[in-house]
Design a protein around this ligand. Structure first.
Ligand SMILES: [Zn+2]
Length: 209
């Protein structure tokens, strides 16, 4: 998808606390609100943190200026992507108002894709670069949600996550937005319940179903 290859090479500088283990840029942005089905964690609580997230995803230099108003617009964009993706993952279509919001962002697209040392990279305009960076995220969302890439849009199966991912695995059996976070959580939870079962004498004597 647009923006993703460069983003995966992003320097980890300033990336602490962000969930960057999803290969789709737009869905990494959705993950800036994590634990959506548990106690939600806002990972872009301030304009500075949104700027840090953008630069951690190869969209602009560290310290990119972001206003409070743009932070609010960014969160609106994020939630529209999440709702639209969740609708598609459930076999439906996005709400027209969410499509309209995404399309308005697409109209504002001003970044240029350039080759730099053999790699594709987004070059942002000098005026309002953070807004242009968010338009790149919106463009990635439109391309992904609209089925331009390979794979199927799914909702993460980890109980508290609520995140989205594209399952491009051969057998279509991917279950988690990110192996590094939700995949590991599920593994640990499964291990724990397996251990609990093997420690429980009732489990061996067949007294419980
Ligand atoms: Zn997840």
């Amino acid at each position: 998808m647009t923006g993703s290859p460069a983003a995966m090479d992003a320097a980890p500088r300033g990336a602490e606390g962000f969930r960057l283990g999803n290969e789709i840029l737009a869905f990494r942005f959705v993950a800036t609100l994590s634990e959506r089905r548990g106690d939600p964690v806002e990972r872009i609580p301030t304009p500075e943190r949104l700027g840090a997230w953008l630069s951690a995803n190869a969209l602009g230099e560290p310290g990119l200026p972001v206003s409070e108003a743009l932070l609010r617009e960014a969160r609106d964009l994020r939630e529209a992507i999440h709702r639209a993706g969740t609708a598609i993952a459930g076999g439906g279509v996005p709400d027209p108002s969410d499509e309209a919001l995404l399309n308005r962002w697409s109209l504002r697209h001003r970044a240029r894709l350039v080759l730099d040392g053999g790699r594709a990279r987004w070059r942002l305009p000098d005026t309002d670069p953070a807004r242009a960076a968010l338009a790149v995220v919106a463009l990635d969302a439109i391309a992904t949600l609209g089925g331009q890439g390979d794979g199927v849009i799914k909702r993460c199966e980890q109980a508290t996550c609520g995140g989205l991912f594209v399952d491009a695995s051969r057998g279509g059996r991917r279950r988690w937005c990110s192996m590094a976070t939700c995949g590991n959580k599920m593994k640990k939870a499964n291990l724990k319940s397996a251990r609990a079962r093997s420690d429980d004498p009732a489990a061996h004597s067949g007294e419980r179903p």
